[in-house]
Design a protein around this ligand. Structure first.
Ligand code: TRP
Length: 323
């Protein structure tokens, strides 16, 4: 039986952090075993807001590709590629733009929020979720692993697929979002881990820097000194223990009874975190020394993706009775 198809993508924001790793990448690595998988680096999407920051775009793309590979995405099982290297995404986006009413795009929450907050008023930014719909539908994806914030974009993708199918005949499946069970990594300041908050711990960061960041992390404000009972379930450091420390239950108990102080707890946390990330970091160091290999992965990933995208475009043109 043919495997179901998965597509996912990330913007080339530069090196990824533990939130990206635990909230998305680890899940992708699992999924590549059971699905026909496409992992895209969406450089055109980056231009919908940061169109004036192109000088390091290529470096940021390479950094993401290295993080994908060091986390365990396997180019044999999954097409790792750059959006702009498969031009068919642009063609499908254009055709979708003909059949999509502007109000559908204006009511997408990310547009409503960011257009005001960041003063984004370009045609391309309005079309952001439509370009995303093209990314997804050009591979006839059944599933899209994303965070909760992306679900409105998946919903729009389904609406566009439905409209296309109604107008021209069945070409596209209606894809669904696939939430990873874990999306809760918090940054050093107890807010969602994010580059824009400057509170992230990088996947490829050094052991020393990781330990330093963990030692400066927000903790339970009611636990001031050794002996005070803590509340691990509300502590971002304990979240890291849950992920990286196989014996986190002991930490939990010792914290709750006041036996474990925050300084010691953070030291243990850094040790386990660094231990768990060590193979990923080693892989990154190797790949950084072999950029021709990384570029080869991206170019053969694009070839594989393009072959499928071209097939879909043939179906699309045939259905629409285009030349
Ligand atoms: N909008 C997504 C994000 O910001 C990135 C993205 C673009 C994407 N195209 C996609 C995600 C297709 C999944 C599928 O995270």
């Amino acid at each position: 039986m043919a495997k179901e198809v998965i597509l996912s993508g990330m913007q080339p924001t530069g090196k990824l952090h533990l939130g990206n790793l635990e909230g998305a990448l680890r899940y992708w690595v699992q999924l590549q075993n059971d699905y026909e998988m496409y992992c895209c680096i969406v450089d055109w999407h980056a231009l919908t807001s940061d169109y004036d920051q192109t000088s390091d775009l290529v470096d940021r793309i390479i950094d993401i590709a290295i993080d994908y590979l060091s986390a365990g995405l396997d180019p044999e099982r999954c097409a790792i590629f750059v959006q702009s290297q498969v031009k068919e995404h642009a063609e499908l986006h254009l055709l979708f733009s003909m059949i999509t009413p502007i109000p559908w795009l204006e009511r997408v929450p990310s547009y409503k929020e960011k257009s005001v907050e960041l003063k984004l008023d370009s045609y391309g930014f309005l079309g952001y979720p439509l370009l995303q719909a093209a990314d997804i539908l050009i591979y006839k994806a059944n599933w899209v692993p994303v965070g909760k914030d992306q679900l409105p974009h998946i919903e729009l993708t389904r609406e566009v697929a439905r409209r296309f199918n109604t107008l021209y005949g069945d070409v596209f499946p209606e894809p669904q979002g696939k939430l990873s069970q874990f999306s809760g990594i918090l940054g050093t300041d107890n807010r969602k881990m994010s580059k824009s908050y400057n509170n992230e711990i990088g996947m490829g960061e050094s052991d020393e820097s990781t330990a330093k960041k963990i030692s400066s992390m927000y903790t339970d404000p009611t636990k001031l000194r050794l002996g005070d009972p803590g509340h691990p379930d509300e502590c971002p450091v304990y979240l890291l223990h849950i992920i990286y420390n196989p014996d986190h239950i002991t930490i939990n108990q010792r914290c709750c009874t006041g036996k474990l102080g925050c300084v010691e707890c953070k030291r243990i946390c850094a040790e386990y975190t660094n231990r768990a990330l060590s193979p990923i970091r080693q892989k990154r160091a190797e790949l950084e020394k072999d950029l021709p290999y990384v570029k080869k992965v991206l170019s053969s990933g694009a070839d594989k993706a393009r072959a499928k995208a071209q097939k879909t475009m043939e179906d699309v043109r045939r259905a629409m009775k285009l030349w």
